[in-house]
Design a protein around this ligand. Sequence first.
Ligand code: COA
Length: 374
Amino acid sequence: MVRVAISGTGLYTPAERISNAELVLAYNEYVRRHNAAHHDAIATGTLQPLLRSSDEFIVKASGIRSRHVVCREGMLDPEVMCPRMPERGNDELSLSAEISVAAARQALLSAHRTPSDIDGVIVAASILQRPYPQIAIEIQSALGLSGFGFDMLAGCSSATFGMRAAADMIACGHARAILCINPEICTSHLNLRDRETHFIFGDAATACVLEPAQQADGENAWEIVGTRLKSVYSNNIRNNFGPLNRFTPGTIGAPDKLITQKGRKVFKEVVPMVAEFMLEHLAELGISPDALKRLWLHQANINMNNLIARKVLGRDPRPEEAPNVLEEYGNTSSAGCIISFCKFSSDLGAGDLGHLCSFGAGYTAGSIVLRKLG
Ligand code: COA
């Protein structure tokens, strides 16, 4: 089997940003207006008043201080509470393809590759702008790539699931190199009127070039030592948005057609599942957790990440061992662990080992153990 490497990475960070203070101000104004409009029902006890959100709670519960977004317009308007952007024509590049192409171009540059070196594009994300034509094929066209492209969905583990598929294809000789791209426009399915989740998600796109390790010549190339995937059905993170919604017009736009989650349950169930999964994968590869120089974890929540890192390492991680980008980006779904990898991997030396791990809706978990090439 051919050994496979991540030979280059790219990150698109939207220029617009929203701080917790701005988000909370808009949410609390929405709450004030809602409670005022329903004053009588609240007074008679037939309706519970909505409760206010707070920056202090968000930072303590999640570690998030701000998030980048593809479109601020509308998000902070208490009457709208949703991004607002004109629809693009069929002959224009879609927003998903636009942010993907920006990340992909960086990944190609860092891998020292041109589009003619790439045989395939895999777009993997937690939600996609449309079912067809596939975003991956639109990106293929925008970059001038031949070969093939397809889209896949695997919740917050989409990046690792996509890379596993790409690595297997390259190892079997089905492609010379594949671009794996994660356009995560999480604000498209975020409910800004929901106190439990309104602060969690942000937008970003990431891209990785995968190719045989033998030919990888990017400055920050990492051999894939092993990959492992896991899924366990759970309704605790759910989004009922989909084409069958039109069969029941009365529920179109209901809150369950956006992200809903039972955060406490997710926390309690996913932390032990992921720590055990990572440790099992390391044991299977004959690698001791002590040998890991870095953990690039899914950027879900600071407390969740610290707990998983502690369980895997058997001690508290030093900040540089399990870097977080939550403060600036929030949870960017599948892009999160790749953002961490993009920003915090080039300082390590040849032969160093690191562990990339995603987890989230499904539930899904994806583990990729990496060794830096020299
Ligand atoms: N502002 C202020 N207070 C809030 C609030 C907000 N936005 N949201 C909830 N609270 C309050 C609750 O009402 C509750 O108050 P009470 O103790 O008086 O009843 C208290 O804060 C604790 O609420 P809880 O929901 O138990 O908070 P938590 O500590 O579990 O944190 C999450 C909530 C969502 C941050 C946390 O559960 C989490 O991150 N879970 C993982 C989910 C995740 O990351 N999923 C992504 C995919 S992996």
